[in-house]
Design a protein. Structure first.
Length: 258
């Protein structure tokens, strides 16, 4: 046997054995630690402006699951459209990283409240509580008591984009009014009742011969029970006690020097 030729003949086998060992080692190493050896990164695609469903499909195809984030009202971008993505588009991320998508909630809106039979102040509060504002206030004749809301524009229940305003119509009272009995009431109380009915006080005269309490109504025109057109005039006569006889009323200015 030629011992000198043995190493030379065995050399190819030695190379094959070492190569096979290295290949097996690398295969085992890759199987055990694939992420560390072959990093699986990718660039996040830009999905801003797309619907959530389309954005999710694009991201999923690139290896990034989508997650719905907060919703924000937006004046011009429709609901369910992506406003922002986190992490941001164009950044390099490890595949499998969740991408949080902020979505548009569309134009903020409010529903017109029911204001019928409310006073103007009550209607204002109800409207402003929805985020809307009070618009124009008009009046028209109606059977409802004077000063109460009889209609709104837009009507109650209408959905409106914000900001927006609601116009209301107040009752001026009926076309004709039956005069109440004002006898014995004070001038202030009688005036308040007349104006509440949508009428007006045309004049107040005094009667010094009456024994009724001072400034109380003793006569009215039209009389109690008569019908008068809305906005019509009402004249009142009230009691008035003159000063006692002999009472001197000093109207001269006080002296400049004493």
């Amino acid at each position: 046997m030629n011992w000198r030729a043995l190493p030379r003949r065995a050399f190819p086998y030695l190379i094959a054995a070492v190569g096979g060992f290295l290949i097996a080692y690398v295969a085992v190493f890759l199987f055990a630690f694939p992420a560390e050896v072959l990093p699986d990164d990718g660039i996040l695609p830009n999905v801003v402006g797309k619907t959530f469903e389309n954005a999710s499909a694009i991201l999923q195809k690139a290896g990034f699951p989508a997650q719905q984030g907060e919703s924000r009202f937006h004046k011009s971008i429709p609901a369910n459209v992506v406003l922002q993505e986190d992490p941001p588009a164009g950044s390099r991320q490890k595949r499998g990283t969740s991408v949080v998508l902020a979505l548009s909630a569309g134009q903020k809106s409010a529903e017109v409240p029911l204001t019928t039979n409310m006073s103007q102040q009550q209607a204002r509060i109800a409207i402003e509580n929805t985020g809307l504002t009070m618009g124009n206030v008009t009046e028209q004749l109606a059977d409802q008591p004077r000063g109460l809301v009889i209609a709104s524009s837009p009507p109650a229940g209408t959905k409106m984009d914000l900001p927006g305003s609601v116009d209301i119509v107040l009752s001026k009272g009926p076309a004709t009014v039956q005069m109440p009995d004002l006898y014995g009431r004070s001038v202030g109380e009688a005036r308040s009742m007349i104006e509440q009915l949508g009428l007006r006080v045309a004049g107040v005269s005094r009667d010094t011969s009456s024994l009724q309490p001072e400034n109380s109504v003793i006569r009215q025109l039209p009389a109690a029970g008569q019908t008068i057109a809305a906005g019509g005039p009402v004249s009142l006569t009230v009691s008035h006690f003159p000063p006692p006889p002999g009472t001197k009323i000093d109207t001269a200015p006080p002296p400049l020097f004493e």
